[in-house]
Write a protein that binds this ligand. Sequence first.
Ligand code: G6P
Length: 369
Amino acid sequence: EALEKGGYEHFMLKEIYEQPRSIRDSMRGRLRPNSDQVELGGIRDYIKKFVNAKRIIILGCGTSWHAGLVGEYLFEDIARIPVEVEYASEFRYRNPVIYEDDVVIAISQSGETADTLAAIELAKSKGATIIGICNVIGSSIPRATHAGSYTHAGPEIGVASTKAFTAQVTVLTLMALHVAHQKGSITNQRLHRLLIELDSIPDKVQKVLDQNEKIKYIAEIYKDVHNALYLGRGYNFPVALEGALKLKEISYIHAEGYPAAEMKHGPIALIDEEMPCFVIAPRAGAYDKIVSNIQEVKARKGKIIAIVTEGEKLIKEMADHTIEIPDTEECLMPLISVIPLQLLSYHIAVMRGCNVDQPRNLAKSVTVE
Ligand code: G6P
């Protein structure tokens, strides 16, 4: 087992560190920045279904559902197709309206999640087109779909998903760009810019990983808290949900992810000097808005740990701690901004003596209801 961990103390840490490679592997042969092309062989025969789709439904559970939420922003923003993201377990039991021209994207690392599989069968029986985004080749979900694009994250052993998430977001990005290009809903300039930028993401992820020592230092300060709040807006809202999930599943600290602006409708009541708020606040996006959300937390003596863009000044003065990440296009930010949150959760869990690779009560894939 020590050999399999490749010198890392835990599979989770190894998998976090593998992300520059697993993101690159998920783009390999598909991203052609020089010719402004995205190639997704797996969905070639179904591209017309996407182009003509009035709606996309994204299905998943857990972290895969969070990746789906990023997909919603991507497909609406870039491909201009309305998207609904559904928990597979809710979708399958609520008599959903499904049209024959709906495209359903099912996301699953393992390809074996029972609820996702059952939701696919339901959508298929109503005549929808089902596209899979899975990591395990030959698993049940890819076999149940019409077509799809695999993520190439390699085997993920840690129960808490890390590299599978970024690989899923990478494939969703490629898919949205490909569909947008085919539909003509993206300008050539924007496509060009995004492809060049996407190509640089693995190096930028590495730059975040290089800050591990600083992140570990911050983890030490907050390791004994009982609650934590994660806030983000736009593309970083799903990242806030994912950050909170990572913390609660491996460290057993109660954590909630929220859209930052929605904080004033509830969570703000919880804020006092004991409450750390992890705020994803890069320059790209609703920067001014998130600055005022940070002020709202500080006014109530909450602690702010902000994920900011390199060179940030204003938030540095307001926050208790900051972690700098490289700048990128707003729609690609989740691939970078989630990394420090994965590392923070990992270190906090290790410091609390938790079994990070196999947290209590959780399974890597949930093959029963
Ligand atoms: C379990 C795992 C999670 C995963 C979820 C969905 O809860 O512990 O890490 O996100 O299932 O799994 P899937 O294989 O369908 O992505």
